[in-house]
Design a protein. Structure first.
Lengths: 708, 564
């Protein structure tokens, strides 16, 4: 379904490749960060609002100093520098959020463009299927289709939009949606008349009436939701917001009560110092409150949605992304996730006097014109047989394509030999009809293969049943290791398959999943999810069909495939545009990364305070209690330089951490313990040490510039 | 030098383990077990009803206590004819003993009758810690996910009768055997060798002494507390009393492990608490084992700081006791904290700032759980999951309550200290000028908010009797002391009940949640890594807030003295 999407995909890729500080986005964000200084906007971020109030206070004191030099002990230059960096702190914080917003918007715009490209052949007037000629149709973009349009879809083409078959019967490969590897038959009238955009017609041709309006597709609505709607804060973000507000209050208390304590010291020493200088106390406050995380919190949330979008997942809410990090159980469809979407030829079983290579040659001949993955896999397998020759059907051979009626395909050679391969009962019927020989034991072989979860095809040369091709599910390479990793992350994997329990067990063991649901009906899935949830687990699943909708709605994270039905998409809380079943794993990682980034930056922000205390507190009392200089481990140049350095460090750390906020802290699929140790080391210890180094360097720079 | 601290900590740890198991067994039983319990049992309570019962009980206890103190001159058992107390003293004392603080703005042997000592002080000293224990039990039931938090009245009853009465009996008998007086006779009048008359105060000391130590009470029979030779006659009684300080708070953590069936979780908590206790003890002993910096260059022996110490206990007994009594919110003293070296004085301050290194009976662990929830929140995020503790998700409501419980303590310390530092009632009551004076203010409010009750001493914060209050010559001092009575009284009340109620609501919120199964992706709260995070959180969140105040108080004093 992706073949014809090349151009818009390239556009998407381009938008994804955009650097973190893409000039266009940066400019827009810079302008927006000025607008966001408005108190009514900033009010929503209590940490930064406190910074703003403090900044205004500091500016007021600066003005007073400018008008009356005796108003303050501190020099005017120092006060102005303080004001500038306080404003910079605010702007940096606004910029982080604005940039994240701009990137999200750019993504959504690019996404819209991808929805343009499946070609469709719209019928010019009402025609019967048999009489439709190519000239009766016009080629249009799938996006131009209106509700009620009738399109012609022939074998090999993608169905351009959701619709209903008006006329015709065809086999359709819906594996991208249903996960079923075997093609299904769709025909006009009755239950099987619905077709889904993005599925491929394998044989025959169909007239389909479109049933959705353009631009009102589910996805369009969702993209609008993602970019337009006011961003709802997620539960964890709210909790963290409370913690940050509380910390702000605590440090406000520390700073406000420092004034009388400093006054007390000034009274008994009879001196004056910066300890009672309001702008300096504002500086202390701004350094102590968690401005780093306060500034980046919104950006982290937006970037989480954005990262999901970059993985081609549209999340209906930030909450869904966040919940993904908590998932305990993953329901994975067997087909497409654990095994390749289609069955592949695994071996040839000869009957009677035939050899395996001969059976392979016959099967390959019968498949030379077969474009289906199964057909190709037969040819491939034959090539690997010992003594295999090139398979080229001689000139004059007539190919018999697979049809839903005959359920066989094959070739009629010029020699008159007819080779057929197909469903066992169809081939047996065909051979019997030609008075053919049916070797003994065929049925046992067929049953044995079926029991192992394989699909047997019979090959027939003339009227003799020559052998059997066994089609098997092939595990995706590295899938075992992947499940190992998921286990390390603490996730249980459950394979969902329509296969019988025996087959399912066989594949489940081979793939290394923790559990499986065999002969999975939508009800079975729903029941499984409910049972898991009753045990306190959070469940993620991916689904497509209408009958998956209840399970998708029940799951904590329900990812609907874009190729799935409307009902499925509405039931889930995310839509995967690629309809790639392995996405579930990525979704979980994005969720975890989102929470981790918040935790890491909060830890960093608070750990920073140690160094700031040791920079500022001695500086505050340099005039009053000079002995406290002993606390100044960093040996900063002067009290004002110490305070300025701390404020500058505090401001600069925000833009320096924007990339981390937007890209997220690196997530490694290791256990919680290892992850915690690593993050604690990097962000906890790093947060402790970095400001000591940073403040000292800034202080050295200020001293070198003669500003200290 | 290290014998006393090592012996005290080691013996209390080893006794706390069996005691904690015993406590879990007798306290956490379902339903009433005796006729009396059936009367007390008002049915299972949710957190609101539990807190309501707790508050109602305390309100009544406050009123009764207030009445006993206010009318002591009309009540019996007053052989020495102690007079009426000043109203502000009554308020402060009633609040102080209600909240398990035992801050004493009076001197027991001067101001209180035996009736007040026994039926107010001693009664409150039994019931106060039992209330703390009850609150802890309710919290644990919440964490365990119980539907109800038990019954407050039954919990208090059991705590009093099964834990504090038998323990006190044992310790009191040991103290009597070691020479602590136990009598209801009035003060002894003796003629000294020089022929002078001396009044020697005495009374039911041993009974009060035992529960004073065991119940993290700290309010002594005598004004000088356990430095008084009748409260604490020898090195042996000192060891017994000092270990008694730590015993029940430590046993609470063991009980936590038993009740929640999570011994490893309890071990992490115990280890973290022990680390702080050992660190503060070691810091105190170490920094006090040097001469006071003020004596540098003076012609005195270059020895340990002996000022304000009772030499019969040995020099390290003072700072050891100081650390134990402040880590646990006990508040009894066996030396003058005011006379500790400035840096050594930091140790009791820090112990009270954290107020969770074992902490008060029941409430110390409750405080610790609040820090733990905050640590879980940070650590949980860092492993990429919604933070969870014991399988329960920690979300907005829980954090709101945790932050409330966490905020109240610095608020109650820093705000009034700041106010006092620039008010006449604050600075005028200081005994020393400068940084040391600030330490006195800071210590007083820290002690009140932590419900500790120990005094740095030196502050003129005692009004005393009604007669003193009416004395026009003392008008200024009385006015200031009245302010101290009121401000610390309110501080103690808020410092007691907010940090109990908010965590109970938090535990109830957790109890109502579904338990998430443990997976490899779950944050483990029973590992060394988490213990590290706990230590970091407690230091960063609990202690750093007080760095500016510490810098202006003890640290400034030390540096000033050292620079001389």
């Amino acid at each position: 379904m992706t073949a014809s999407l090349d151009d818009p995909k390239a556009a998407r890729r381009a938008s994804r490749a955009r650097g973190l500080f893409d000039p266009t986005l940066t400019r827009a964000a810079a302008v927006r960060s000025l607008v966001m200084l408005r108190p009514d906007v900033l009010w929503k971020n209590p940490v930064m609002f406190v910074v703003e109030v403090g900044t205004v206070l500091s500016i007021a004191y600066t003005v007073a100093k400018a008008l009356d030099p005796s108003a303050s002990l501190a020099s005017l230059g120092y006060l102005v520098a303080l004001d500038v960096w306080l404003v910079a702190t605010l702007l940096f914080a606004n910029f982080a959020e604005a940039l994240a917003e701009a990137r999200g918007k750019a993504q959504a715009d690019a996404l819209r463009k991808t929805r343009a490209a499946t070609p469709a052949f719209r019928l010019r007037g009402a025609r019967a299927l048999d009489s439709v000629m190519p000239a009766d149709t016009e080629q249009v973009n799938s996006t131009e289709l209106r509700e009620g349009d009738v399109v012609l879809v022939v074998a090999g083409e993608l169905i351009p939009a959701d619709g209903e078959i008006v006329e015709g019967v065809a086999s359709v490969d819906e594996s991208a949606i249903t996960g079923e590897s075997a093609p299904v038959v769709r025909e006009a009238g009755g239950d099987r008349s619905g077709v889904t955009g993005g599925t491929r017609v394998l044989s025959d041709r169909l007239l389909v009436r479109v049933t959705v309006k353009p631009g009102e597709s589910f996805l369009d609505k969702m993209i609008a939701l993602v970019e337009g709607a006011k961003r709802q804060r997620t539960p964890n973000e709210i909790a963290l917001g409370i913690v940050l507000s509380a910390f702000t209050l605590v440090f406000l208390l520390v700073t406000v009560t420092l004034w009388p304590l400093a006054k007390h010291a000034e009274d008994y020493t009879g001196t004056a110092g910066l300890g009672t200088d309001v702008p300096t106390l504002v500086a202390l406050l701004v350094c102590l409150i968690p401005t780093t995380i306060g500034a980046l919190l919104a950006a982290i949330g937006i970037a989480g949605m954005d990262r999901a979008l970059r993985a081609n997942i549209v999340a209906k809410s930030g909450k869904a992304v966040e919940v993904a990090g908590d998932i305990d159980t993953l329901l994975l469809d067997k087909t497409g996730t654990i095994t390749f979407g289609n069955r592949r030829a695994a071996r040839f079983v000869p009957f009677g006097e035939f050899s395996a290579t001969e059976v392979g040659r016959l099967a390959a001949l019968a498949s030379t014109a077969d474009d289906t993955p199964e057909g190709k896999s037969i040819v491939e397998l034959y090539r690997k047989q010992p003594g295999a020759a090139r398979v080229d059907a001689p000139t004059g051979a007539a190919f018999v394509p697979f049809s839903a009626h005959t359920r066989m395909s094959g070739v009629d050679l010029p020699t008159g030999e007819r080779i057929r391969k197909g469903a066992t009962d169809a081939v047996l019927k065909y051979a019997r009809a030609a008075n053919g020989v049916i070797p003994t034991g065929v049925e046992e072989h067929v049953r044995a293969a079926a029991e192992r979860g394989a699909t047997p095809l019979l090959v027939c040369a003339g009227n003799r049943v020559a052998g059997m091709v066994v089609l098997e599910d092939v595990l995706k390479p590295g899938i075992r290791e992947r499940f190992e990793r998921l286990r390390a992350m603490g996730l249980r994997t459950v394979m969902v398959t329509g296969d019988n329990p025996l087959t399912a067990k066989f594949i489940a063991e081979a793939a290394g999943v923790d559990d499986f649901i065999a002969e999975a009906t939508p009800e079975a899935k729903l029941a499984y999810i409910r049972a898991e949830q009753a045990a306190g687990k959070l469940v993620a699943m991916m689904g497509d069909g209408t009958n998956d909708a209840p399970a998708l709605a029940q799951a904590d994270v329900g990812v609907a495939m874009n190729s799935g039905t409307q009902a499925a998409k509405e039931a889930g809380n995310m839509v995967d545009l690629d309809s790639d079943p392995t996405k579930l794993i990525e979704v979980v990682e994005v969720g975890k990364q989102l929470l981790m980034t918040r935790g890491a930056l909060t830890t960093f922000s608070i750990a920073n305070d140690v160094a700031k205390y040791f920079a500022i507190v001695p500086a505050l009392f340099a005039g009053t209690l000079p002995h406290l200089k002993a606390l100044d481990f960093m040996h900063l140049a002067s009290p004002t330089s110490a305070i300025l350095s701390a404020v500058i460090f505090n401001a600069l750390v925000i833009p320096l951490l924007i990339p981390i906020a937007l890209k997220g802290v690196t997530y490694r699929p290791v256990g919680a313990d290892a992850l915690l140790r690593r993050n604690l080391f990097v962000w906890g210890l790093g947060g402790l040490i970095a400001p000591f180094v940073g403040i000292k360097l800034i202080d050295l720079a200020l001293a070198a510039l003669g500003l200290a | 030098m290290w014998f006393v601290p090592v012996f005290v900590i080691a013996s209390s740890v080893s006794l706390a383990v069996p005691l904690g198991r015993y406590m879990a067994r007798v306290l956490d039983r379902d339903g009433p077990r005796s006729a009396l319990e059936r009367v007390l049992h008002t049915g299972p309570q949710n957190w609101k009803r539990y807190c309501f019962s707790l508050l109602a009980f305390n309100a009544v206890a406050f009123a009764v206590g207030f009445a006993v103190l206010a009318f002591q001159h009309h009540l019996p058992l007053n052989p020495d004819g102690k007079g009426a107390l000043a109203p502000s003293t009554v308020f402060n004392t009633a609040a102080s003993f209600l909240t398990n603080t035992n801050l004493q703005h009076y001197a027991g042997e001067v101001h209180l009758s035996y009736f007040s000592q026994v039926f107010f002080i001693c009664w409150k000293q039994f019931v106060g810690p039992a209330i703390g224990l009850a609150a802890l039990l309710a919290l644990l039931r919440g964490l365990r996910g119980d539907e109800h938090m038990g019954n407050f009245y039954v919990d208090v009853w059991r705590g009093t009768v099964f834990v504090f009465l038998p323990l006190s009996l044992i310790v009191a008998l040991a103290l009597v055997a070691a020479g602590v007086p136990m009598t209801l006779e009035g003060a002894a009048k003796v003629t000294t060798l020089e022929g002078g008359e001396q009044t020697i105060a005495r009374g039911p000391v041993a009974a009060i002494e035992a529960i004073k130590q065991l119940g993290t009470n700290g309010g002594g029979f005598f004004g000088t507390n356990s430095a008084h030779p009748f409260e604490n006659p020898s090195a042996l009684t000192n060891l017994i009393e000092c270990a008694s300080i730590l015993l029940v708070p430590m046993a609470c953590v063991v009980m936590f492990g038993r009740v929640l069936r999570a011994p490893r979780q309890a071990a992490v908590i115990f280890g973290t608490m022990l680390l702080f206790l050992v660190a503060f003890t070691a810091w105190g002993v170490f920094t006090d084992a040097r001469p006071n910096p003020a004596l540098k260059g003076a012609p005195v022996a270059d020895a340990v700081n002996l000022e304000g110490k009772e030499l019969r206990f040995g020099p390290s007994a003072g700072p050891t006791w100081a650390a134990a009594t402040t880590c646990t919110s006990n508040g009894s003293v066996n030396c003058m904290h005011d006379s500790l070296n400035p840096l050594a004085g930091l140790s009791p301050l820090a112990g009270m700032w954290l107020n969770c290194a074992f902490g008060g009976v029941g409430v110390g662990l409750i405080n610790f759980v609040v820090y733990l929830i905050v640590a879980v929140f940070f650590a949980g995020l860092m492993v990429g999951r919604t933070p969870e503790y014991l399988g329960k998700k920690v979300e907005a409501r829980e954090m709101k309550l945790a932050m409330l419980a966490l905020l109240i303590h610095p608020l109650l310390i820093l705000a009034p200290t700041g106010l006092a530092a620039v008010s006449d009632w604050g600075t005028g009551a200081q005994n020393n000028p400068g940084a040391h004076g600030l330490s006195e203010l800071l210590y007083e409010f820290t002690s009140a908010s932590a419900n500790n009750g120990s005094g740095f001493e030196g502050l003129a914060d005692t009004v005393g009797t009604a007669a003193d209050a009416a004395d026009p010559e003392k008008a200024d001092a009385v006015r200031r002391a009245t302010n101290w009575d009121l401000s610390t009284g309110l501080t103690m009340l808020f410092g007691r009940f907010v940090p109990i109620i908010a965590p109970l609501a938090l535990a109830a919120a957790l109890a109502g949640k579904k338990r998430t199964p443990f997976t490899a992706g779950t944050l483990r709260t029973d590992m060394l890594t988490f213990a590290l995070i706990l230590v970091g959180t407690i230091v960063l969140v609990g202690a750093l807030l007080f760095l500016p105040a510490a810098a202006l108080g003890p640290v400034a004093e030390h540096l000033q003295l050292a620079a001389r």
